[in-house]
Design a protein around this ligand. Structure first.
Ligand code: HEM
Length: 283
């Protein structure tokens, strides 16, 4: 397959993957599978997918470097735009829930802190999606990079919004925040460590510790729970999987996938060299 064909297929598979959650949700809504609370379930599903695609778009740069696979750069924008569109659908479903009363929606957004920061995150994501085109990149020149740096505070606000609305069940937002920590820490690593296994080990430890810290701080600030208890829960093998343990597993899986990819590339190089040698040496 030529490089052009590979990019075509990657773009197509990505597009299908980005549309599938919306199609599946639409199908379940239309067939009554979301009853008795279709609007609530749809609000939650679109919010979840917005966060998933936001994290995935942030994962494209490290993935490209770690897996040595340049075509990923061709789908990063698409995934970011999808995150913004799912977040917009999330707002529209919320507006539908308020019977399209925009005054109530605006008042609620101004009154409730978690909705205010969700709104700020959404505006930032939409701004980034609109200006993500080549045309805007040329028009804004150096300012484009500075503007697109907004994705980090937007993701941070979206995660805080996720935490607050989850109230006491913060397993999912804590896991998402741990993955976000991994992505941020990767960017903070010295370049020589970014592609090394030592760097990946540091990231696994750092992201896991950050997740415990998020979880402990949250329970301490919101519920007044002693952080030592959260720490103990993370070390207790009898308790259900904690978000930090999931983050650790995810970080180790990334390291294993990188190892496998490098083995495959090395085997491919060896095979190509042997093939060339055998064709040169054959009469
Ligand atoms: C004006 C903007 C927004 C509004 C009005 C809004 C509103 C809401 C509401 C009403 C909920 C459900 C709360 C509950 O059931 O108690 C929610 C949950 C959520 N929102 Fe938003 N949101 C906004 C922006 C965003 C953005 C930008 C993101 C992500 C990029 C996001 C991600 C989420 C997530 C992940 C959940 C939780 C879903 C779950 O629990 O499964 N929201 N939001």
């Amino acid at each position: 397959m030529t490089a052009k064909q590979k990019i075509f297929w990657l773009r197509l598979v990505t597009l299908v993957g980005l549309c599938l959650p919306a199609l599946e949700l639409g199908w379940r809504w239309a067939t009554g599978a979301l009853e008795p609370r279709p609007v609530t379930l749809a609000t939650h599903a679109t919010g979840d997918w917005a966060v998933i695609f936001l994290l995935l778009s942030l994962a494209m740069t490290p993935a490209r470097a770690l897996f040595d696979w340049t075509p990923l750069v061709h789908v990063r924008r698409r995934i970011g735009v999808a995150a913004a569109l799912y977040a917009l659908a999330h707002l529209l479903i919320y507006v539908l829930d308020q019977k399209w009363n925009l005054l109530v929606v605006a008042t609620e957004i101004l009154r409730r802190f978690y909705l205010t920061i969700g709104f700020v995150a959404l505006v930032a994501l939409l701004l980034l999606a609109i200006t993500s085109t080549d045309g805007w990149q040329k028009r804004l020149k150096r300012g484009w990079k500075r503007l697109h740096w907004l994705v980090y505070p937007a993701a941070f606000l979206a995660l805080i919004h996720f935490f607050i609305q989850s109230k006491v069940k913060i397993g999912e937002p804590a896991f998402a925040a741990g993955l976000f920590a991994w992505l941020m820490l990767w960017r903070a690593l010295p370049v020589r460590l970014q592609k090394s296994f030592a760097g990946l080990a540091l990231l696994a430890v750092g992201a896991t510790a950050a997740t415990v810290a998020f979880e402990a701080t949250w329970y301490w600030l919101v519920n007044g729970i002693d952080p030592a208890r959260v720490l103990a829960a993370n070390l207790d093998p009898d308790l259900a999987f904690r978000p930090a343990q999931k983050v650790l597993i995810a970080a180790l899986m990334i390291a294993a996938a990188v190892g496998l990819r490098r083995l495959a590339l090395a085997a491919n190089r060896l095979w190509t060299r042997r093939y060339i040698q055998s064709t040169i040496s054959s009469p």
